[in-house]
Design a protein around this ligand. Structure first.
Ligand SMILES: C[S@@+](CC[C@H](N)C(=O)[O-])C[C@H]1O[C@@H](n2cnc3c(N)ncnc32)[C@H](O)[C@@H]1O
Length: 358
């Protein structure tokens, strides 16, 4: 239908039937706003009718749509490690549309990966100007140290990122980043609760990798996550009796006291800096002597928590011990681990097991 309308519009344009061609292309761009060629032809029909302002507006629209497509190709190249070609795509996108949000956002990411902090900041600041309602740019500006760090990543930033990432997550994490967090939390839980418990909670369950690794250790599994796309994947594992979409702290606050035997949190506290309220809630929902196993990225000992340039938080061991103790969680073990890699280098991490003492 769209191809038919397009060719009909082209025939009308060639025949000089400009009003009819305009109507055909207008219908097409209304139905398919991402159709670059239709926008270009629509602009041509307007130009040939001498309608300058409308021609400029339609050409801008064509450029903006084309810039988004090119930026998408750049995103694919960046994801697969071809940074030079990715950068060329983003620059090309910006030459077509200087306000292309995705190109600025991804150039911010690319430059920050190459320690070009000032260039990264320029692009993130431009994102803020173009889309002041988005929380991601301000978050990344803070991550680059140019503003105070928030206590946690904004919900919509996390959701948008993991909704986009969901389809690639399992393969990328396990095959490219050698991610072993799910097995490590499952082994830690197995070490202190070898027999099946009644009810376990998977905090920031993502696609369900940790639930799958630990499925035999609890009769009932509940998963909590912000990202609907990640939850859809978790649902397809068949591990979880219940999946709750929402922020961890908000969801925990709604759970009854002493209703959970074990809680796991694999690679989720990299999106939360201040952990005091969260640990207090985990402790409250655990049964006495219930177990809490979690992973963290390791900060230097003097640091409580900090937001890093990667956009992820890391925590100091002394801080974790203190926050746990304040929450009534006794520590069974805290050990240095490697859970995954970043740019080919192991990321220093901690695997911690706590138990509710009070
Ligand atoms: C790196 S993934 C880890 C997923 C899973 N635990 C695993 O090990 O494969 C982090 C997950 O935490 C979720 N997340 C981050 N912050 C959250 C929050 N405040 N509340 C709920 N989920 C959150 C993200 O949506 C994402 O699915």
């Amino acid at each position: 239908m769209s191809a038919e309308t397009f060719f009909q519009g082209e025939r009308l344009l060639q025949a000089g039937e400009l009003a009819a061609a305009e109507a055909a292309f207008r219908d097409l761009v209304d139905a398919m706003p991402g159709h670059v060629a239709a926008w270009r032809c629509y602009a041509e029909t307007l130009q040939r009718q001498g309608r300058i302002d409308e021609t400029i507006a339609a050409t801008r629209r064509a450029n903006s749509v084309e810039a988004d497509h090119i930026s998408e190709i750049g995103a694919f190249l960046l994801f697969h490690g071809d940074h030079a070609r990715a950068e060329t795509c983003f620059e090309r996108a910006l030459s077509l549309d200087p306000d292309c949000l995705s190109a600025h956002w991804l150039l911010g990411e690319l430059h920050s990966r190459h320690d070009a902090r000032d260039r990264a900041l320029t692009h993130y600041r431009r994102c803020l100007e173009i889309a002041p309602d988005r929380t991601g740019p301000a978050y990344m500006i803070a991550a680059l140290g140019a503003e105070d760090s928030p206590e946690r990543a904004p919900d919509d930033y996390v959701t948008a990122f993991f909704d986009w990432y969901a389809d690639h997550f399992d393969a990328h994490l396990t095959q490219r980043l050698n991610y072993t967090g799910p097995d490590q939390v499952a082994d830690a839980l197995r070490a202190c609760r070898p027999n099946e418990v009644e009810h376990a909670l998977d905090l920031g369950c993502g696609t369900g990798l940790a639930g799958v690794a630990a499925r035999d250790l609890a009769r009932h599994w509940t998963g909590v996550d912000l990202s609907p796309a990640m939850l859809a994947r978790a649902n397809s594992t068949g591990v979880y009796d219940r999946l709750i979409e929402g922020d961890l702290l908000t969801v925990l606050r709604e759970l009854p006291d002493g209703s959970i035997d074990a809680a796991l949190a694999a690679d989720v506290f990299v999106y939360i800096g201040a952990l005091d309220q969260l640990f207090a809630e985990v402790s409250r929902v655990l049964v006495p002597a219930g177990v809490f196993v979690a992973t963290f990225e390791t900060a230097p000992p003097e640091v409580t928590w900090e937001l890093c340039e990667s956009g992820r938080y890391r925590h100091g061991e002394a801080y974790l011990r203190r926050v746990a103790a304040d929450a009534g969680l006794g520590q069974l073990s805290v050990s240095a681990r490697t859970l995954r890699e970043e740019y080919g280098e192991p990321v220093a991490s901690l695997l911690a097991t706590f138990t509710r003492t009070s």
